[in-house]
Write a protein that binds this ligand. Structure first.
Ligand code: PEP
Ligand code: MG
Length: 579
């Protein structure tokens, strides 16, 4: 089977298939006869809860947006009450003795399949509402268990149709040897998580979760995207050899830990780590990161059954700052919306979630959530060097509103006698082309910038970062992207604002030379990629990199630039060969 490799490495093991219907995990299991009634009660309770959520959502949307938009949720609530839908699920639980999550997934699948055959496009698209309902009820069911982990056997290769951050968060991901999914792209959040764990992952294998069965033997090649079900002896032998070579390469990289990240001609590069949770600080420290350049705070929210309190946030975030002291930690404000959601915070259905409420826009609409997080950040700032980063900034207004909220929170903390650093730097993620183009104006309002190329590429090229079908259009080396990066670098230099690049481009040695050539000197990468990037930096001549950047900016297509950049990275000597 061939998919897209999104996290390098080789794994061999036994498949564990997660039935993740409708973007929420629904592990299937058989229930005993005496459990049936309890399952049906759980179903009723989840329906009631989903209905309550929907009606609340309808009221909010009606008040904030308009009655006609709220109509979607009224229609969904009607479908939820449909007796035939309820009966089919209950019958399955009773007759097939499966848990209600699996029964629900099956019925939703059947209903949406029926929609797929409708010729009318508008009606056909109503399948989305059915899926949404399925997801909502599943979320209500699963929330009962959260934060209980979804049990995966140690050393298993997790196979799923799609792994959402909220699902991955509940898996004991450290136990998985590899991930194989049908959907998702290189820059989707689960891929990022896999890379940060150093776990091999392949996405985009159609029907993987039905073609592969739990218990099948698999080899996953996270370099090429190949997955071998039931591998032949010759394949196993070949991969065994490859694994020992990789181990040798990793050992060689370890020798780089204490060496500086400096180019052959003496240009210094600061290498920070991207983390999502406290556990990531371990590999970040082991690879000697200069600090944490991006702390994605979403994970700490998604593993809880409801919004964490200020004290809980303080506790789990402060541990990272303590561990890294005196190195700095950049905390990013909660970035939800788009492809990231929280099971307990349903967002109004959006026709195009990435172009809807997300990041700082969404937070500013929910000051209670934002203030709680800001209070936690600022309390940490009393003892440790921390910075605050705003996700998905689009314009000045959002920065000003955030500053105003920080002032408000500071006044509250002062009144309560709680210490904080009043000069805590505030930075803007540059992920929207408009923000890149007005970076000089933004510089008057912020203390630093962080280039989020995952989203910047998506928004510049109008190519969904999660959509495998559109992956050929998602081109980090598109001249349009490089020019925008150049604009931001120039603006940061002209206004004397520090600039870090924290998107996944930074962690891929393929891009190191051109990024340095364009003027990047600070990078924040997944801990597992840090030494790989350092190795690359140490093999680069800045003068040559600048020449490469100049030549690339003259070109007019991603293909031409790739042809220039790719072979140079390929030729680079891996540490294993030079050590
Ligand atoms: C980015 O968009 O590049 C980024 C770092 O943020 P995230 O991947 O969390 O959206
Ligand atoms: Mg982003």
């Amino acid at each position: 089977m061939k998919g897209t490799p999104v996290s390098a490495g080789i794994a061999h093991g036994t498949a564990y298939v997660l039935a993740c219907a409708n973007r929420t995990a629904a592990p299937r299991r058989t229930v005993e006869a005496q459990e049936v009634d309890r399952e049906l009660e759980r179903f009723s309770a989840a329906l009631a809860r989903a209905e309550k959520d929907l009606l609340a959502l309808k009221a909010t949307v009606s008040e904030k947006i308009g009655a006609s938009e709220a109509g979607i949720f009224a229609a969904q609530a009607l479908l939820l009450g449909d007796p035939s839908f309820r009966k089919q699920v209950s019958d399955l639980v009773r007759d097939k003795r499966v848990n209600v999550e699996a029964a629900l997934a099956e019925v939703i699948e059947k209903f949406t399949r029926a929609f797929d055959e409708i010729p009318d496009v508008y009606l056909r698209e109503r399948a989305v509402d059915i899926r949404d309902i399925g997801r909502r009820v599943l979320a209500a069911l699963i929330e009962e268990h959260t934060p209980e982990a979804l049990d995966i056997p140690s050393g298993a290769i997790v196979v799923a149709d799609e792994l959402l951050p909220s699902v991955t968060a509940r898996l004991e991901v450290g136990r998985a040897r590899a991930f194989v999914t049908e959907r998702g792209g290189k820059f989707s959040h689960t891929s990022i998580l896999a890379r940060s764990l150093g776990t091999p992952a392949v996405v985009g294998i159609a029907d993987a979760s039905t073609r592969i069965k739990t218990g099948d033997k698999l080899i996953v090649d996270g370099f090429t995207g190949l997955v071998f079900p039931d591998p032949a002896e010759s394949v196993r032998r070949e991969y065994g050899r490859l694994e020992s070579e990789i181990q040798a390469h990793k050992n060689a990289l370890r020798e780089l830990v204490d060496l500086p990240a400096v180019t052959r001609d003496g240009a210094e590069v600061a290498l920070y780590a991207n983390v999502s949770k406290f556990a990531d600080t371990e590999p970040a420290l082991l690879s000697n990161a200069a600090g944490i350049g991006l702390y994605r705070t979403e994970f700490g929210y998604s593993i809880r059954p409801s919004f964490p309190t200020e004290d809980e946030q303080f506790e789990f975030l402060n541990r990272a700052a303590e561990r890294f002291h005196p190195r700095k930690v950049v905390y990013r404000l909660l970035d939800i919306g788009g492809d990231k959601d929280l099971p307990y915070f349903p967002l109004p259905a959006a026709r195009n979630p990435s172009l809807s409420q997300r990041g700082i826009r969404l937070l500013l609409q929910h000051p209670e959530i934002m203030k709680r997080q800001l209070r936690a950040f600022l309390r940490i700032s009393a003892e440790h060097p921390v910075s605050i980063l705003m996700p998905v900034v689009g314009g000045l207004e959002e920065v000003r509103a955030t500053r105003a909220m920080i002032r408000e929170v500071e006044r509250e903390l002062s009144a309560e006698g709680k210490p904080f650093n009043p000069r805590t730097p505030l930075g803007a993620m540059i992920e929207v082309p408009a923000a890149a183009l007005i970076a000089r104006s933004l510089a008057r309002e912020v203390d630093f910038f962080s280039l989020g190329t995952n989203d910047l590429v998506q928004y510049t090229l109008a190519a969904d970062r999660e959509d495998t079908a559109i992956a050929p259009y998602y081109q980090p080396l598109h001249p349009g992207v490089l020019r925008l990066i150049q604009v931001v670098i120039d603006a940061a230099a002209a206004t004397n604002r520090p600039l870090t690049i924290c998107g996944d481009m930074a962690g891929d040695p393929l891009y190191t030379e051109i990024l340095l050539g364009l003027g990047i000197r600070e990078m924040s990468v997944a801990p597992g990629e840090l030494l790989e990037v350092k190795d690359r930096v140490r093999n680069i001549s800045l003068a040559e990199a600048q020449e490469l950047a100049r030549a690339s900016l003259e070109l007019s297509s991603a293909a031409e630039i790739e042809a220039l950049v790719g072979p140079r990275a390929d030729r680079a000597q891996p540490a294993a060969a030079t050590a």
